[in-house]
Unconditional design. Sequence first.
Length: 256
Amino acid sequence: MTTRWRCAPFFWIGSVFEDLDFDPRHSTNSKFQTKRLYPMSQKKNGQDLERMAKNLAGKKSESVRVIVRVRPLSSKEKDQGREQIVNVDRKTSSIQVRNPDADSREAPRSFTFDNVYGDTSEQKTIYDETAAPIVEAAMQGYNGTIFAYGQTGAGKTHTMEGYPDPPEMRGLIPNTFRHIFQAISMNKTDGKQFLVRASYLEIYNEEVRDLLGKDPKNKLDLKENIDSGVYVKDLTSFVVKSVGEIDQVMQAGKKN
């Protein structure tokens, strides 16, 4: 039985990397150069994250980081006798894909990314290394996006949302909520004021729906102006003052 190992990649627009020349179709022999601004193995503290955020914010142009996370085999896949055909090399930020139908003379194909995570990777590690710096930059007023992409069942929801308990199972979104409000509480002594608004929309088949609106089936229009840039006309937003409140907004939107 031939098995293709599913990956759950997510794309980070805005980066602490520069000089990026990447095509995912290329192997390690292709031109793919990045300049690391910090060692990947180094444990990040608050000052490290702030420095990384400032490096990101100081870029004259944004770049795209591509990070791949490989999920473990499910119980069903194990029962079916499926096999692992992907090896993750964290030191070289690459994955090797083996053809299970090939003989021993065919070498695995290797692909290099900005970062890679294997099937034993922890939620908090992924957050600290990928999302935390861009959240820090957002707190300084810069835009950032985390975009999850993958097949159904690849692990996107687990990576982005995870589970509420235990805390180590929380995904990028709930960790972001806590990060934002912790940063706000730590900056109150500086006399700063923060206003957090939450919106929840869906883009499907080029149609935009407001998941927090009175009628989620209504289609909204994407607009642009010179002052605010791209925006969704009539999109509902709620002012939130705590992790609990923004989580309630998310849960309400998920029902639609």
